[in-house]
Design a protein around this ligand. Structure first.
Ligand SMILES: Nc1ncnc2c1ncn2[C@@H]1O[C@H](COP(=O)(O)OP(=O)(O)O)[C@@H](O)[C@H]1O
Ligand SMILES: [Mg+2]
Length: 242
């Protein structure tokens, strides 16, 4: 069963990566935004837990930031901003420049690892939007820091969410994944779902089409598929669909 805890939280005994996909406008960012709003308030994540969102589209997450007069959080776009924000804020929203996004991604992950190694109670959830911008289908087309994150992250309390419009067609990433959350899918992904996990795309999509913004979760360890109602707001987050 998908919960805010296991969507964002690290688990020392299961893989560090979670994949989220669905076509543009299917509700991915909206759901993650509301769920992050809830998560940031949950003591279960620990005082030194950090939520980091790396969003090349600069769209859909500002609502997660605190917008009080006294404590205002701002999106950041360089390493200096990332480091400062991580130090004091629960949530760090990164709006990278297109030209330097890959470098900033690598530097940010390096920094998160170095903090995680130095500070015992530190843990983090890293949300990478438009992940196919950075990850290709070939095993060698994964940036070294993402590889490191996926393989060494869980022992340090780190988890990685790869969010994309299409399924990330990379078998290595699959082997590092705990589960996939799917919204409405592009037709060419149907074959892939079937080939990789034996999932019936037509059936899933038919069910998802009945209720706009609903989604399904496939647990890659338990091999179970569950459907969820659309998220309304940050007060009523993840609910199983009847
Ligand atoms: N659960 C929902 N309830 C109400 N409106 C939603 C919901 N999910 C998405 N929307 C609407 O659809 C738009 C597109 O959703 P979004 O999450 O940005 O799509 P994606 O990230 O998959 O491209 C949002 O701006 C919002 O207006
Ligand atoms: Mg989006």
């Amino acid at each position: 069963m998908l919960t805010i805890d296991n969507l964002f939280g690290a688990n020392k005994t299961s893989p560090c990566v979670r994949q989220v996909y669905g076509v543009s406008g299917s509700g991915k960012s909206f759901m993650l935004n509301k769920a992050l709003k809830t998560a940031r308030k949950m003591p279960a994540f620990g005082k030194l837990h950090r939520f980091v969102i790396f969003d090349i589209k600069h769209d859909g997450y500002e609502d997660v930031l605190i917008n009080d007069k006294k404590t205002k959080e701002y999106p950041v776009s360089d390493l200096d901003g990332v480091i400062k924000s991580l130090e004091k804020n629960r949530v760090t929203l990164i709006y990278p420049e297109m030209e330097t996004a890959s470098i900033l991604l690598e530097d940010t992950i390096k920094h998160i690892f170095s903090v995680a190694q130095r500070v015992e109670d530190f843990s983090a959830t890293f949300v990478l939007e438009e992940s196919s911008t950075f990850i290709g289908s070939h095993p060698f087309s994964i940036p070294p820091q993402i590889k490191r994150f996926a393989t060494q992250g869980r022992s340090l309390g780190l988890s990685l969410l790869l969010v994309n419009q299409r399924s990330v067609n990379n078998k290595w990433v699959d082997t590092q994944s705990q589960g996939i959350t799917v919204f409405r899918l592009a037709i060419p992904d149907a074959e892939l779902l079937k080939k990789r996990w034996g999932l019936n795309h037509e059936e899933i999509d038919l069910k998802l089409s009945e209720k706009k913004f609903s989604f399904a979760h496939y647990d890659l360890e338990k091999l179970s598929l569950t459907y969820y109602s659309p998220i309304n707001d940050d007060k009523t987050p993840i609910r199983k669909q009847k």
